[in-house]
Design a protein around this ligand. Structure first.
Ligand SMILES: Cc1ncc(COP(=O)(O)O)c(C=O)c1O
Length: 381
């Protein structure tokens, strides 16, 4: 038997990869399972995006290797998008690197900055990939706790008390997944100051800023942020293009060059047609966001009813693609979701997959039609 590398012993198969096998077995045995687990947008991308990709097939250059840095037009479109929506100025030639999704960026940034033994601040609760990638590169995750009482924002007093001497990188993710908490400008300013004080690279993972959020913000809008910050963004949720794999990392050119060193050794440029589609998406007017959010708002109202029927509470001011709901006291997340799966054939994500601070919470996805959500409510009632 050829043994896998030691690093594989540091991580487990992704929760959804395992749990969805169980859900699929239930479906195969005839159980009509409603999946409110994963946040995979079920609506279509803008029409002009689809036209751009199909038109690209006729272009002979479409099938060739593409630039590692993406088409200049794509970087231009990203720069204009950041200016229009976040008031952030970015040089298309030096401060933007298109990626195949922001998840890819988490690995590239970690490879570019972390040595074995370096420490990384990771939010609890938070996106599990920050922790698994940190382990895969041989660095050490140091969890920082987020509390509902502090609107899921970092507790800077607690952070200052930590031994930060080995901390090189901090993952932040505002608007926050899974809680939907929205950042204030002050929190971003505090994060930038914290990064500067301790020479820590702060990376804001920002793929949810346009979902049910009236005021999208970028950490790069803080003065001087580029000295110590990077931002990841993605077209997955904003334009219903999760399967297309388009993301981007933005920041100072020195950082972008370091990430490019990793990326150019790992993959080749993104398919031409996808880049052309992405350019069209980034040019969408505010009508696109309004239409998308009307649908999510309607769905969220139904998910709130479902959460009520399950005796959960939630924050009506939260944003994003999910409803993060608190269970009645003493109920455990995984036991609760297993029960609802068994009794009602509805799959909901347990808060614990996002860390220990997710215990007592569950996460509903808004990626299901109103008909499906009405059926879920009927089953629970
Ligand atoms: C917090 C967070 N970051 C990044 C990603 C990855 O998104 P992408 O499709 O851009 O790789 C997700 C996807 O679920 C996410 O929830």
């Amino acid at each position: 038997m050829i043994e896998a590398a030691n690093r594989l012993q540091t991580v487990e198969e992704y929760y959804f990869s395992k749990k969805l096998r169980e859900v699929n077995l239930l479906i195969a045995s005839g159980k009509p399972v409603i999946n409110l687990g994963i946040g995979s947008p079920d609506m279509q991308p803008p029409k002009k995006v689809l036209s751009a990709i199909s038109a690209s097939f006729e272009n002979p250059i479409a099938h060739k290797y593409q630039s590692y840095q993406g088409l200049p037009e794509l970087r231009d479109a990203i720069s204009r998008f950041y200016k229009a929506h976040f008031s952030v100025n970015l040089s298309p030639s030096t401060e933007i690197l298109p990626l195949m999704g922001s998840k890819e960026g988490i690995m590239h940034i970690s490879m570019a900055y972390l040595n074995e033994g370096d420490e990384v601040l990771i939010p609890n609760p938070g996106y599990p990939t920050y922790q698994s990638v940190t382990k895969l590169v041989g660095a050490k995750g140091v969890l920082y706790e987020l509390d509902e009482g502090n609107n899921w924002m970092p507790d800077f007093r607690a952070l200052e008390k930590l031994d930060l001497s080995k901390v090189k990188l901090m993952w932040v993710n505002y608007p926050h997944m899974p809680t939907g908490a929205k950042p204030s400008k002050i929190v971003f300013e505090e994060l930038v100051a914290f990064g500067k004080r301790h020479n820590i690279l702060i990376v804001n993972d920002n793929p949810y800023s346009f979902i049910l959020n009236d005021s999208p913000k970028s950490i790069l809008s803080v003065e001087g942020a580029k000295d110590v910050c990077l931002e990841l963004n993605s077209l997955s949720k904003t334009f219903n293009m999760a399967g297309w794999r388009v993301g981007m990392v933005m920041g100072a050119s020195a950082h972008i060059n370091n990430i490019l060193k990793v990326k150019s050794n790992m993959d080749s440029g993104m398919f031409y047609g996808i880049q052309k589609g992405a350019i069209e998406a980034l040019k969408c007017s505010n009508m696109w966001f309004a239409t998308l959010n009307n649908v999510y708002q309607e769905r969220r109202n139904l998910v709130w009813q479902l959460a009520d029927a399950l005796n959960c509470t939630y924050d009506k001011d939260a944003s994003g693609l999910f409803v993060w709901a608190k269970l009645p006291a003493y109920l455990k997340s995984e036991e609760f979701i297993d029960l609802v799966l068994k009794e009602n054939h509805i799959f909901i994500t347990p808060g614990t997959i996002f860390g220990t601070k997710g215990e007592g919470y569950i996460r509903f996805s808004l990626c299901a039609s109103t008909e499906v959500l009405e059926e879920a409510i009927a089953r629970v009632k």
